[in-house]
Design a protein around this ligand. Sequence first.
Ligand code: 5GP
Ligand code: ZN
Length: 116
Amino acid sequence: MATNSDCLFCKIASGAIPVTRLFEDEQLLAFPDINPQAPVHVLIIPKQHVGSLAHTTANEAGLLGHLLASGAEVAQQQGLVKGYRLVINTGHDGGQTVDHLHLHLLGGRHMTWPPG
Ligand code: 5GP
Ligand code: ZN
């Protein structure tokens, strides 16, 4: 599996940096965000290194579908029956700060629109 030894989320995926593993399968890992922006704030990442959504192609369609489906599954696991938000910040203008693809699951409060 492709990993990047300099990448924070690759270190989390490999277990080199321990986190609470809320959901895990062969392809994905979910863990709490260290700086939560809502009562529930979970990050879901591919275990393999993917720099961002902009680094994906149709070849990753299966992985991306699985990522989104897992977002819904973790939301259900977290009891977010009133709704939630899934976000993928991408690149500089998207506000991405960690260069390893991740899906934010935010819930437990009412979200406003537009985001900042
Ligand atoms: P981005 O801004 O790239 O969309 O999201 C990166 C997220 O990673 C941020 O919400 C930030 O709080 C979170 N984060 C950064 N470093 C760590 C860490 O070491 N552990 C965890 N659990 N989350 C982190
Ligand atoms: Zn990585």
